[in-house]
Design a protein. Structure first.
Length: 384
């Protein structure tokens, strides 16, 4: 053998408290679900789990749509699926841009040969429906992409009424809810959303790697009539057959990961037991409590307007003299708490602190506020 087997050293991992913008810690029953038996992707037990998941996805997105399923992949796979299935090369995608996920949508669309129009607002604010309507009216794009909760900026976008605006001009509305779903109200049908995706590792307290998506009847129509091909892996027509969206097709497309399927099913089951309303209320209450605790510290919000602040992820500005990376490192090393520095437009400008899913509790908010107070007191001020 020219390549000898590597020596895998034993590594000790102490589970941290995950309070970045995601991943969040796993729920206890989700952790257990990951160890359920592995089934073949074509057996009845597996198909019935997929049926349960589809029912759960309809609930969490609040949609009666048929075309709902989960993509095997991270949140980006959901993003790529909604874009590639609905917008063809040379068609136009308007991207309402305020954070890094919109930049990713731009990157994906460019690679697919889609014409892109970027409409930007400052990263620490959100869009008014009036300005979005002006853009849609001006360009009449095939679709508009917008992020509901943005984990890079800590903002939440008002979407109520946006679907009607888009439809007036023949435009489809595509929405990223990766860091908002389960933590913040979202209503796919009532808000006229045509395609939406989310991820499991944020407010759903699951492992990353399987991403719920849903398409409206209007989007289904577009898919039926589209002229362009999509990649095999993200082709929603083939996936819909595997997920039995239209009758008992139950065909084989790719081998899904049974542990992730069990985990997603459990995330959705837990949220259904708690109910969306109670989960939204718990997240709002915990973040209010955390903000109150922060008032005792010399910390400011990056997002000036409280109505634009995302409940699940706070972007916080430290006084001059503190280095964001030092504070992140201190919390990790001294308190075993993971928080993140800024990302994309907020890099070097803020901390990003996520309190979501099973971590949305007063105890976690207290632990975080205490650790931050300790960090600010202990760290020698270094110039930024
Ligand atoms: C990942 O989702 C991040 O916000 O860093």
């Amino acid at each position: 053998m020219s390549i000898p087997p590597p020596n895998f050293v034993e590594r000790e991992f102490k589970e941290p408290l995950l309070c970045g913008p995601g991943p969040c810690n796993l729920g206890p029953s989700v952790r257990e679900a990951l160890t359920k038996p592995v089934f073949s992707p074509l057996c009845e037990q597996f198909f019935s789990a997929l049926d349960d998941i589809r029912a759960g996805i309809k609930y969490v997105f609040q949609t009666k749509s048929n075309l709902v399923l989960a993509i095997s992949g991270s949140g980006h796979s959901g993003m790529e699926t909604v874009i590639t299935n609905l917008v063809g090369p040379k068609e136009t995608l308007l991207i309402a841009t305020r954070g890094i996920w919109d930049e990713r949508a731009y990157d994906i669309a460019k690679r697919l040969g889609i014409k892109t129009i970027v409409y930007r607002v400052p990263y620490n604010t959100t869009f008014t429906l009036e300005e979005l309507e002006r853009q849609v009216e001006l360009y009449r794009p095939t679709a508009m992409f917008i992020t509901h909760g943005d984990s890079s900026t800590g903002t939440v976008q008002n979407l109520e009424g946006l679907g009607d605006i888009c439809h007036k001009y023949g435009t489809l509305l595509l929405v990223d809810t990766v860091v908002s779903l389960g933590g913040v109200p979202f209503f796919m049908d009532a808000w006229g959303v045509d395609a939406v995706y989310t991820s499991t590792q944020k407010a759903l307290s699951g492992p990353a790697g399987i991403s719920p998506v849903a398409f409206s009847a209007r989007a289904e129509q577009k898919i039926k009539n589209r002229k362009h091909e999509t990649s095999f892996y993200f082709d929603i027509n083939l996936l819909a057959q595997q997920w039995n969206c239209y009758g008992n097709t139950r065909s084989y497309h790719h081998t899904m990961s049974p542990p992730l399927v069990w985990a997603l099913r459990e995330c959705l089951r837990q949220l259904s037991i708690e109910t969306l309303e109670k989960s939204w209320e718990r997240h709002a209450k915990t973040s209010r409590y955390f903000y109150e605790r922060l008032q005792r510290l010399p910390i400011e919000f990056l997002v000036p307007n409280p109505e634009h602040r995302l409940t699940t992820v706070a972007t916080l500005v430290l006084p001059n003299g503190y280095n964001y990376n030092d504070v992140v490192k201190y919390l990790r090393e001294k308190h075993n708490i993971i928080i993140f520095p800024g990302l994309g437009p907020t890099a070097g400008k803020s901390l990003r602190i996520g309190i979501m899913g099973v971590n949305s509790t007063v105890a976690v908010a207290d632990a975080l506020a205490d650790a931050l107070a300790d960090a600010l007191q202990t760290l020698v001020k270094s110039s930024l």
